[in-house]
Design a protein around this ligand. Structure first.
Ligand code: C2E
Ligand code: CA
Ligand code: CA
Ligand code: CA
Length: 277
């Protein structure tokens, strides 16, 4: 910064270095924590807006860092993607979630229909990924349709191996969701080229419902797309009764959010009270 005439890059270099160092440290910690078992999986209910029953859960990873305590996946997933540890971490999440799901069968009619697992671009582009998934399903005694894989549009952007993996999984009966739907550049275009069963409509569109102004213009458009293509829409990030009621009016079948339940290690699958919706 002392050399004012220097390249603009110099101004940012120290900060970038610091960030890179912090990321490298967290990356190294990830490795230790994978060995030490510091990761857990929590499950957030996905509710049928008409019956008020929990029909599915989304598995979300949690890191209990030995020194820092809770670290958000928003902060460590990108690092795990960069250093490749997401492959091992993602397999841990998938295996844990599938075993957990198998245990819920004992709940009988209250048991969820499927478990949703987030899968990153890096995992999808591992050539052996579909075989790893098939192995886990087999090991846990799950039917392929009891697993739903959530992928983001950016993960599919590269085409090639990632898209091929999605096709292979889908052909095997595993269901596919496009996560954060509507936030990317080519959401609609992807629906023509990638086999998709579920659209997870991003929280930002659900938030519009209570934000006033244009209300739920996009949430309304996205449910029409979903119905037109015979997909299931899941509204994400529902925080209020008003949002839940409005989504149901728009024709949304499933929803997820703090209003219905936060992600927890052991969800309670007994029916919610109708007052919830
Ligand atoms: P996502 O897949 O879009 O997951 C939804 C996120 O929204 C979760 O955050 C969830 O706890 C949060 N959420 C749910 N309902 C509400 C709500 O009503 N209000 C608000 N404000 N937030 C809500 P989380 O668990 O911190 O995960 C953040 C992101 O990290 C995920 O976004 C996903 O992209 C990534 N992630 C989490 N677990 C995994 C994993 O096992 N594998 C991969 N590849 N990514 C993961
Ligand atoms: Ca997700
Ligand atoms: Ca999402
Ligand atoms: Ca997200």
């Amino acid at each position: 910064a002392a050399r004012a005439a220097g390249s603009q890059l110099m101004i940012y270099t120290p900060e970038l270095d610091e960030r890179a160092d912090a990321a490298a440290r967290l990356g190294a910690d990830l490795r230790h924590s994978l060995d030490d078992g510091d990761f857990r999986v929590v499950y957030q209910p996905i509710v049928d807006l008409r019956t008020t029953r929990i029909r599915a859960v989304e598995a979300l990873v949690r890191w209990h860092h030995p020194v820092r305590g809770f670290v958000s996946p928003v902060d460590f997933i990108p690092i795990a993607e960069d250093n490749g540890l997401i492959v091992e971490l993602g397999e841990f999440v998938m295996r844990t979630a599938c075993h957990k799901f198998a245990g819920w069968r004992a709940l009988g009619p209250d048991a969820p229909d499927y478990v949703s697992v987030n899968v990153s671009a890096r995992q999808l582009s591992e050539p052996g990924f579909p075989a790893v998934v098939a192995g886990i399903l087999d090991e846990c005694g799950l039917a392929p349709a009891e697993l739903l894989v959530e992928v983001t549009e950016t993960a599919l952007f590269g085409g090639g191996t990632a898209v091929h993996a999605v096709e292979t999984l889908h052909a095997a009966g595993v269901r596919i969701a496009l996560d954060d739907f509507g936030t990317g550049h080519s959401s609609l275009g992807l629906l023509r080229t990638v086999p998709v069963d579920v659209l997870k409509v991003d929280k930002s569109f659900v938030d519009e419902i209570t934000a006033g102004g244009e209300r739920a213009v996009i949430a309304d458009a996205l449910i029409r797309v979903s119905n037109g293509l015979r997909l299931r829409a899941v509204a994400e990030g529902v925080e209020t009764a008003e949002q839940a009621a409005y989504l149901r009016e728009l024709g949304y079948e499933y929803a997820q959010g703090y209003y219905f339940g936060k992600p927890v290690p052991d969800p309670d699958f007994s029916p919610l009270t109708t007052a919830k919706i």
